[in-house]
Ligand binder design. Structure first.
Ligand code: AMP
Ligand code: GLY
Length: 422
């Protein structure tokens, strides 16, 4: 089987490596790390022009723009929802409305296009305050703050278009949920789904869960607290009703449905949906899967994925290395060293996120997140120490990373840490 992966980040690198275990893989447009992976080609050709039995679309933006519809209209088999299903990520107001209609537990919310309405709603809340852009903002459109004045300023900057352009012209204001976060990825075939192993993402920039929200600074899997009971509730109370509501609205959702969850005292609640693999979640979820992923993805694209859990083994931890100035204003161009040595650490794969190789042959920083270093091992502790051993061998000027990935839950204690985890 030949699989085409669309995208150019560490998620797509992890997809390419995982798929190359059982298929030949071509990635468009890819990156220098992907180009050097065994069994993987890269091409600059647009996805519609790449010959393949299956197309896997990595990022959300092309899905929201309708790439999967275009490919399907040409008879291609695709893992990724059409424009209708991708609205779950493309519009937070749509996602909240659908979740509410489906009876899915989620934070109380309201959406606004006018600043004075949003501000008077904020003033009526006890805080902390959560303000989100309605549209896509690369994981950076969410403010969570205790300060009313900061929330008001954020609403005004978003709605005026100053901070996120058109994506911020509508905002969603939410109740703040307390608990531990969990990412659960389901592979849907339009009607049913299988569960990939759950993961936890560290969203804040700095150790101790401090600093601004980012696209994700690291992840690990399995997750203490993600017990069979918790995952059963996620399936019954969140994923099943969502897929049923999508079908009721005529949406044939074939792709990854990624539920960002808060495990609260009242049970799991939905924070958000993404319509693709998480990044860096993919970098810890995919290496743990022991099935033929090309066949599994094709079965979802063909509407015959079935149900249950994808078989997994071991554990994985991923540490993201980010550019100086990330996330606000990444400084690009620094030379990256030590990758050869890092890749020699047992159980480690270095996925490229934002790199470029100039005519001088030197690998340089070309994006906010630069590398995603994944270690696999028998348990999260071993996976984590392997990843950090490799990280110590890599360097570029101003490199930012967290030193506490997979050592503590981002939001504090792990509830039910002694229960079984998947
Ligand atoms: P999102 O892009 O919607 O996943 O939000 C990014 C991050 O903001 C989440 O991973 C949470 O850490 C935080 N967040 C979003 N919504 C809420 C909420 N209602 N309550 C508490 N934290 C939230
Ligand atoms: N890691 C969060 C995301 O992929 O949206």
């Amino acid at each position: 089987m030949r699989v085409c992966v669309v995208g150019s980040g560490a998620r797509e690198h992890a997809l390419a490596v995982a798929l190359a275990r059982s298929a030949s893989v071509v990635v468009t447009p890819g990156n220098p790390g992907i180009a050097e992976s065994d069994g993987v080609d890269v091409t600059g050709a647009p996805p519609v022009e790449v010959g393949a039995d299956l197309v896997v679309v990595g990022p959300e933006a092309p899905l929201v723009a309708g790439l999967a519809d275009e490919l399907r209209s040409r008879g291609r088999r695709v893992l990724g929802p059409g424009r209708d299903g991708a609205r779950l990520e493309g519009s937070k107001a749509f996602m909240k409305e659908l979740a509410t209609a489906a009876g899915v537990p989620t934070a109380a919310w309201a959406s606004f296009g006018r600043a004075d309405d949003a501000v008077s709603f904020l003033r009526s809340l006890p805080g902390p305050y959560v303000v989100k852009t309605d549209g896509l903002a690369a994981g950076k459109g969410v403010l969570v703050t205790d300060e009313l004045s900061e929330a008001v300023a954020d609403v005004e900057a978003k709605l005026s278009g100053a901070s996120f352009g058109e994506a911020g012209r509508r905002v969603v204001v939410e109740e703040c949920l307390a608990g531990v976060e969990l990412s659960v990825l389901a592979l849907c075939d339009g009607e049913r789904f299988v569960l990939l192993p759950p993961a936890q993402d560290h969203k804040r920039l700095a150790d101790g869960d401090l600093g601004p929200n980012t696209g994700g600074m690291g992840a690990f899997s399995p997750v203490p607290g993600a017990s069979d009971e918790v995952l059963g509730r996620v399936v019954d109370e969140i994923l099943e009703p969502t897929v049923a509501e999508l079908r009721r609205r005529g949406v044939d959702y074939r792709g990854v449905l990624y539920a960002g969850l808060m495990l609260t005292e009242d049970g799991p609640k939905l924070i958000e949906y993404n319509v693709r693999f998480g990044d860096p979640e993919a970098e810890v979820v995919l290496p743990r899967c022991t099935v033929d992923l090309a066949e599994l993805f094709l079965s979802a694209a063909d509407g015959r994925v079935g149900s249950g859990d994808v078989p997994v083994a071991g554990a994985a931890a991923c540490v993201v290395l980010a550019a100086p100035g990330y996330p606000a204003a990444p400084v690009l161009g620094g030379a990256v060293s030590g990758l050869g040595s890092a890749g020699e650490v047992e159980g480690v794969t270095v996925y490229h996120a934002g790199t470029t190789r100039g005519e001088d042959g030197v690998l340089r920083v070309a994006g906010g997140r630069v590398l995603a270093v994944t270690g696999v091992g028998a348990d999260v502790g071993e996976a984590r120490s392997r990843a950090y051993e490799a990280v110590r061998r890599v360097g570029f000027e101003g490199m930012q990373l967290r030193t506490d990935i997979a050592s503590t839950a981002p939001s504090g204690e792990w509830p039910g840490a002694k229960e079984g985890a998947r």
